[in-house]
Every structure is written in structure tokens, then in C-alpha cells.
Write a protein that binds this ligand. Sequence first.
Ligand SMILES: [Mn+2]
Length: 321
Amino acid sequence: MNILQELKGVQTIAISGHINPDGDCVGSCMGMALYLRKNMPQAQVDVYLEPFTDALMRNIPGTETIRFDFAPAVPAYDAFIVLDCGKERLGGAEPIFDNAGLTINIDHHVSNPGTGQVCYLDGNAGSACELVWDVLEEERTDARIAQALYVGMVTDTGVFRYSNTSEKTMVKAGRLLRFGFDHARIIREVFFEKTFLQHKLMGIGLGQARLYLDGLLIVSEIDYDTMQANHATKNDLEGIASEMVLTEGVDCALFLHGSRPDESRVSLRSNNIVDVARIARLFDGGGHVRASGCTIHGDSGPALEKMIEAAREQLREAGRL
Ligand SMILES: [Mn+2]
């Protein structure tokens, strides 16, 4: 796909990604927006997203132009580009999508069957930013666009550590570096730097962790009261599940937190064996084989037992139990 050809003659373009935007979502949306603004100067290009971290605001160029209020600047856009998700995760941007003419979807989530008239989907890609890079022309790209896409590649591959990192990922990231931007600062600020509260909650989460299934599964929970006492939101829990799954001997990690008095969010991670997307789907969640999420309503105890059983079954099938 060449995005400029797909959008030929289009005057107004809206771009959005998923609720609770991460670096790949914001990076792909801004990378695309900056590219279209540069190469289609006559067109109006608007990005609609929910708020996200200050580190992403600072390190992804052009974020100050994002429309965080979801008030449509145009009654019906000629085109709508959905990045890093399908229509069902657009949140406040969904009505804008519904009113748009041409709809385009670029995504790397295996659970996304594709939304829109033109789809570019690849479940093997490490990030949506990799796929956005595919539809751009390198000679029409600049350092700001490259930087936005680099943030997404770094975020979704865990700084090129996860199994979704491929030769293609490295080649594309390498091409981006040629544009010249402070890539070391991006990795430090976007990926490794944490707030004091994040570090504190990481300590609580790891301190309360327990091992199950012969040490193949690690589970921890930060309850609603602890969240309240620390004035914590889900953003303050960033990285806890990923850290848990780095425990020696562990294949799968389940991290729960009380999101409301009667609701828990679960982050699931695995290294090699357990398909955590399958477990998340038991609770209407979704995501990737190695990283997924779901929501539990009511008491988390029985749901947690069900998830441990599901992990046990998969580990048995794999001959590990
Ligand atoms: Mn992504």
C-alpha cells in the first residue's frame, strides 16, 4: 500500500488509534499525520486521541496538535485512518469514523480482523509503526516523522527485546536512525524512566507476588484500597507485569489491580509457552500471544482461579506440568 495513492483527491483526513494510547498508538498516529501534512499540504489532517503520558507528549513530535476532546473539526471527513487497533477500540473517535467516507485500517494485532475499506494488517509485525513505515516513501519522510515512528517501534518491542522483533524491525529502525534524532534520550525517557510512584508501586507489586504451578506462573495483585491510598491510576502500574515475567523459571505472569471498587484489570504476559491472549479471551479481553489484558467484574478470586487453571491446562498440553 502507498498511503498517498490511497488518499489521492482527499481533502479532510482524521486519524485515531486505541483508547489508553501507548507509544505505538501515538507514534503511528503522529508519524502518519506529520507525513500527510508534509506531503498533502492542501489537506486538513486531524488526530483524535485520549490523553497519554508526558514522556510521549515530549518525545513524539506534533502531539500538541492532537484533538483530545473528540469534538469533530469537520462534520464528515473524506477519510479516516485507524491505526494500531480496529474500530471497536476507537473510543470517542468511533462516531467520527462512522461518518467518514473512505476508511483505512493499519494494524498488527492478531485479534483484529480488519475494519474499513482498505486494510493493511500483519500480525507478525512488531508494531503498527513498522506497518506505517511500509506505506510511506522514505524520500518524502523527515526527522520528525522518523522520530514518531521510532518511539512506536521501541515501545512495542520493549526496546527490541521481545520475540516480535524481527530482521524487518531492525532494518526499519535502522533506516529511521539515518534521519538523525536523539534516540538514546527517547529510549531513556519513554521506556526506562519511571515516576517515583511507579517505582513505589513496582515495589509493592513485586513484594506481594506469589508463585504457582511449580514456579511457572507468577501472580500479584494491587487492590483498590492500595490504589486509592497511593492516589494511583493504571498509568502508575506501567511495567509491573513485564518485570514479573522476568523471574527465573517463570513462563507466565498475571498482574491484577483494583480499577474500581468492584472491578479489576488484569495484565497478562508470557515468555514462551502460554498463549495469554487465549486466557484473556475467557474474560472478553484480548491482545497478543505474549501480552494481553482483560477486565474482571466483581470478586477477583474466582476469576483468578479460572485463569490459573487455564494456564495449568496450557502448560500441561505443552508437557511442562
Ligand atoms: Mn501496537
